[in-house]
Design a protein around this ligand. Structure first.
Ligand code: ADP
Length: 675
């Protein structure tokens, strides 16, 4: 067995591999980029080496540097994880040329199966069904259009060297074919260095079902059953399970036989996945992934076989220690991927510091981050995976719903609420899945909204209750209305039970305690109209909390809502009772660069870089102006959110590079300061 392994990856998978090493008494060596200096994968390893700047191309994709580190650190093998260099045959060859062991399949198998065209040809030779399509050499727009007309629309154009759901386009008619072909080829060339595309009939409601295989270096190959990964957004998986709710023993026999024949023909060893799509009773081979998959834990839960330690044992030269008939899908495993992304805004990635992160005991948490860590903008926005198992699917679905309900994460926007919605949605519970599930059933408004009085009450407590009155006015800060100017609008962004709202309160002239209120969630209106509000007598409670009773009446309604509340004395969060229900609420994190990695927007002390691609919405200062530390300088609108770029220190604004309305890219220098 090895003494020391280098893990050429980051995030949860690097942490996961380091754990496997520890279990096996092997030393784990991490590599890291600038931004990952203190990342969890570094903290979880025995040794760690810096390999370059934050962009992946200059660090985690620098195969030469990684091999050099492995040699200098005295490692005997390299585990590539998934993504980055894991399916790079040239890197696998360079590793073996350096007399290190590659923990993965032979480079020839990566070459063959890494090409969607070549692997499809192999499948066709072996009689494994493939999606009707065209994967020929003639790449002219005329020929591809002709073939698309033959296949019938809609047609999917795929990059042969593509992956991760990238480089795919659906074309719905002949007229737009030529233009789409050219765009797809351009994209494929720039993203994957290979312009070749293939065509496939686009299936409208398929399911994604894949088979895990494992082979040793002595010709023995087994399968570990299937996983279903149909829940996807942008062709990327969000929730996976094993076994699939629709696969019968006969279907399993069929697809695993196909998977093993493909793996055998490719000379495959170590762990790999043969992917199929399924529609109307028919399976079609999609591609083979020649590496460990993100979703491997559901197979581990279902079979009890640890795939990462198995990979290491196989690479170290051990023969497979179990037979096919020993592999049983005894349990049902489910994994959900927790992403830093905004389901309300097309699942766009977000970044930021994790203020709090917890999940209940007994749930397997494969995470790349803990509370206090930053999620950098350079890599995949996956934070962690929650994995559960149960004796059957119902049991596992209940377990994951419980796990998600009890988990808490604060800081960046995440898909936690979306995942909660997903696992409680009736069609999901019934196992009626397809890769279009999210598009079909989910709309941002699908997340249950809190009742209007609760939203307004939480907004009022945050915005009106704790603000200090202006210096020339007297009165308690816990008094709404009295000292307000009529017409003055006050905004609040309460997060109630995890969903963010926006409330605007305008005081009404001559009517103390009466406000014009507009409350909304994204584009959805929660309430617009007049509201009378009073906070009653407030009592200080233990643990720096203030308690009281909020009375609230909506315009035109006879009933008055009486809602007891508890509120922290710093005015940031609390609990509001509405009937028999209690609603937790908190102030939404400020829309400012504090939510971003500070290393991202400061090249050096005086250079302010744009943290996001976006538009300069407002320039709040002029050149030559004196500013104080953390004074807002510019507002960038990015990913439909506003970011305030603040002064890093006291000083003078030397130059402003972009006027209002300019488009900026990540890293563009927005302004420069002088001390
Ligand atoms: P990648 O290598 O980028 O992951 P895949 O070929 O594995 O690409 O496909 C990823 C996803 O794209 C599938 O899970 C499925 O949702 C969708 N997809 C791929 N091919 C088709 C097709 N012919 N029809 C419909 N959806 C498809």
């Amino acid at each position: 067995m090895f003494n020391k392994i280098l893990i050429a990856n980051r995030g949860e998978i690097a942490v996961r591999i380091a754990r496997a090493c520890r279990q096996m008494g092997i030393l784990a060596v991490a590599v890291y980029s600038d931004v990952d200096k203190e990342a969890l994968h570094v903290r979880s390893s025995d040794e760690a080496y810096h390999i370059g700047p934050s962009p992946a191309a200059e660090s985690y994709l620098r195969g030469d540097k990684i091999i050099q580190v492995a040699l200098e650190a005295g490692c005997e093998a390299i585990h590539p994880g998934y993504g980055f260099l894991s399916e790079n045959a040239a890197f696998a060859r360079a590793v073996t040329d350096a007399r290190l062991v590659w923990i993965g399949p032979p480079p020839e198998a990566i070459d063959l199966m890494g090409s969607k065209i070549d692997s499809k040809l192999l499948a066709q030779r072996l009689g494994v069904p493939t999606v009707p399509g065209y994967n020929g050499e003639d790449q002219s727009a005329e020929r591809l259009t002709e073939e698309a007309n033959r296949i019938g629309y809609p047609v999917l154009i795929k990059a042969s060297a593509g992956g991760g759901g990238k480089g795919m386009r659906v074309v719905r008619d002949s007229a737009s074919m030529a233009e789409s072909v050219q765009a797809a080829q351009r994209e494929a060339l720039s993203a994957f260095g290979d312009a070749a595309v293939l065509l496939e009939k686009y299936l409208e409601r398929p399911r994604h079902i894949e088979v895990q295989v494992l082979g040793d270096n002595f010709g023995k190959l087994v399968h570990l059953g299937e996983r279903e990964c149909s829940i996807q957004r942008r062709h990327q998986k969000v929730l996976e399970e094993s076994p699939s709710p629709i696969v019968t023993p006969e279907m399993r026999e069929q697809i695993t036989t196909w998977a093993l024949s493909l793996a055998k023909a490719a000379g495959y060893t170590n762990a790999g996945t043969v992917e199929f799509i399924y529609q109307d009773g028919q399976f079609y081979f999609l591609e083979m992934n020649t590496r460990l998959q993100v979703e491997h834990p559901v197979t581990e839960e279902a079979t009890g076989i640890d795939l990462v330690t198995a990979q290491i044992r196989i690479a170290a030269g051990e023969a497979l220690w179990f037979r096919q008939e020993d592999v049983r899908l005894d349990k049902h495993g489910i994994e959900v991927r927790l992403y830093a992304e905004d389901p309300e805004h097309e699942f766009l990635p977000s970044t930021g510091k994790i203020a709090h992160f917890s999940c209940p005991r007994g749930v397997r948490l494969d995470t790349g981050y803990t509370a206090g860590d930053w999620i950098p903008q350079y890599y995949d926005p996956q934070i962690a995976k929650l994995i559960v198992s149960g004796k059957d699917r119902t049991d596992a679905v209940n377990a994951i719903a419980f796990a998600l309900g009890e988990s808490k994460i604060e800081g960046p926007r995440t898909n936690l609420d979306f995942l909660r919605w997903l696992v409680s949605f009736p069609e999901f519970r019934a196992g009626n899945l397809s890769t279009n599930f999210i598009d079909e059933y989910y709309s941002p408004g699908a997340l249950a909204l809190a009742p209007a009085p609760v939203v307004i009450g939480a907004g009022a407590l945050l915005a009106l209750c704790w603000r200090k009155p202006p210096a020339n006015q007297t009165g308690s800060p816990f008094q709404a209305g009295g000292w307000r100017q009529a017409g003055q609008a006050i905004m609040a962004s309460p997060v109630v039970s995890g969903v963010e709202y926006r409330c605007v309160f305008s005081a009404q002239a001559g009517k103390p305690g009466c406000w014009q209120v507009s409350a909304s969630h994204g584009a959805d209106e929660v309430y617009t109209g007049q509201v009378s509000l009073s906070f009653g007598d407030l009592e200080r409670r233990r643990a720096r909390r203030v308690g009281g009773v909020l009375q609230l009446q909506l315009d035109g309604e006879a009933a008055e809502y009486v809602m007891p509340f508890l509120f922290t004395a710093d005015g940031r969060d609390g609990v509001l009772d509405f009937g028999s229900q209690s609603f937790a609420f908190e102030q939404a994190p400020a829309l400012s660069t504090e939510r971003l990695n500070p290393a991202v927007h400061l090249k050096n002390e005086d250079t302010l870089e744009s943290p996001m691609p976006g538009k300069v919405l407002k320039v709040l200062i002029a050149e030559g102006e004196q500013v104080e530390e953390s004074q807002p300088l510019l507002i960038i609108e990015a990913m439909k959110m506003e970011f305030v770029v603040r002064a890093p220190h006291d000083g003078t604004v030397a130059t402003i590079h972009y006027p209002e309305g300019s488009q900026v890219a990540v890293g563009d220098v927005l302004a420069e300061m002088k001390k």
